[in-house]
Ligand binder design. Structure first.
Ligand code: NAD
Length: 422
């Protein structure tokens, strides 16, 4: 029997990251010596993570930590727990972190970590043992001056607390600055939980002003209802926009009059999903992405919009709350359709920006109030959006290339000034 593969336009995320780097480096005419210094990961660590499961059986998981760049400061980036985590995905995510930190001009390089696992099928005890074992395995290369992990998909403040504790036990004293996204009671920052969504909101608001689209009544569609997606949906709802559809892995819901966001959030908290929310119709994931709207927010994973479904997109703005949700082929299709895209390394940079604030507060042992955090975040996001928009308008390039040019250009400049190449 011949197995017929399902047609897919999914791309290897690392190939996408390299392709986007080349486009930016070409546009900036970055010299070969500098490209050789900044394009590829500086350090890659693959680790075995044996975990005693609740049954008593030992299961071995595979974990990674990639430091793509330390040109502008310590590596910085989240840790992902997901069954589809691969080394290439982690390399891609680490690479994007480098350009992202440079776009918002915070003094970090880029890093990322992950474990190939299904955290939804694990108990709290299993998750804790896996996290602590992984933290011990990557311990030699992390630290407040070296590499600072944070949460990403399916990792939480509790998981960050276990990493901080494991690291501190090895050092013999508390080191809160080794991870960000921690619980507030353990040196976390006020506003960190909402920061990615806030950054997405500020950059989308800037795009709407640029395109003269009023916020009031604007139709917003959100794919993925986790940290980034659910809070972004709430912020748009509070600002007077109409969130007409949202989704998670278990289903998609739609209401043309606008979903009652606080009720959807409460429903998700109670049931674990948005699917089945009363007062909304069920739609398919394909219908959700093809919905006519002012703002479409992919806030789940990579490869959400590919050359297969991009032709059907009817949004005016795409705000990439997720990392890598749109493939380069889809980019080209969306460009020709005139969709205004806010690229991930700008749109979701609010998270790492407040992670940076958290690290600064931890290192100084002095904590800021939430208004302070939000005001500083807004200032950085508005400035970064305007920087990228200026390159987009001056150089007549799309917003993705404009953001990559800003990020790659800053890292290239740091590399030249450090003079690390012969
Ligand atoms: P999360 O684990 O809190 O939520 C992920 C959500 O996506 C879940 O609701 C899940 O059900 C949903 N999902 C997964 N696959 C889906 C699919 N095929 N269709 C619909 N929904 C799907 O994760 P998060 O922290 O919100 O991260 C989401 C994205 O945002 C990731 O790409 C992440 O890298 C990016 N991001 C997050 C942060 C942060 O601070 N949390 C910062 C920057 C970027």
């Amino acid at each position: 029997m011949i197995a017929t593969a399902k047609p897919t336009a999914e791309k290897n995320a690392y190939d996408v990251a390299l392709e986007n780097f080349d486009l930016a480096a070409d546009a900036l005419e970055v010299e070969e010596n500098v490209r050789a210094m900044i394009k590829y990961p500086e350090r890659i660590l693959c680790v075995s993570v044996p975990v005693r499961m609740d049954t008593g059986k030992i299961v071995r998981f595979e974990g990674y930590r990639v430091q793509h760049s330390t040109q502008r400061g310590p590596a910085k980036g989240g840790i992902r727990y997901h069954p589809n985590v691969t080394l290439d995905e982690v390399k891609a995510l680490a690479t994007w972190m480098t350009w992202k930190c440079a776009v918002v001009n915070i003094p970090y390089g880029g890093g990322k970590g992950g474990i190939t696992c299904n955290p939804k099928a694990m108990s709290m005890g299993e998750l804790e043992r896996m996290t602590r074992r992984y933290a011990s395995a990557i311990l030699p290369i992390i630290g407040p001056e070296k590499d600072i992990p944070a949460p990403d998909v399916y990792t939480t403040p509790q998981i960050m607390a276990w990493i901080m504790d494991t690291y501190s036990m090895m050092k013999g004293y508390p080191v809160t600055g080794v991870v960000t996204g921690k619980p507030i009671s353990l040196g976390g920052s006020l506003g960190r939980n909402e920061a990615t969504a806030r950054g997405c909101f500020y950059t989308t608001r800037g795009s709407m002003e640029h395109l003269k689209i009023p916020m009031k009544g604007a139709r917003v569609v959100v794919q993925g209802f986790g940290n980034a997606g659910s809070i972004a949906a709430t912020l748009f709802h509070e600002a007077g926009a109409k969130v007409i559809a949202c989704s998670d892995t278990r289903g998609c819901i739609f209401n043309a009059r606008g979903l009652d966001m606080p009720a959807v959030v409460a429903f998700k908290e109670r049931t674990g999903t948005v699917a089945g929310f009363p007062g909304a119709d069920k739609i398919t994931p394909e219908e959700l992405l093809a919905m006519e709207c002012e703002v479409l927010i992919p806030a789940a994973l990579e490869n959400a919009i590919t050359e297969v479904n991009a032709p059907a997109v009817r949004a005016k703005i795409i705000s990439e709350a997720a990392n890598g949700p749109v493939t380069p082929e889809a980019d080209r299709i969306l460009d020709t359709k005139g969709v205004f895209l806010i690229p991930d390394i700008l749109c979701n940079a609010g998270g790492v920006t407040v992670s940076y604030f958290e690290w600064v507060q931890d290192e100084n042992h002095l904590f800021w109030d939430e208004n302070d955090v939000n005001a500083k975040l807004e200032k950085i996001m508005v400035r970064s959006f305007n920087d990228v928009l200026k390159i987009h308008l001056d150089r007549k390039v799309n917003m993705r290339l404009a953001a990559n040019m800003l990020g790659v250009g800053r890292v290239a400049e740091a590399c030249r000034i450090r003079g690390l190449y012969p």
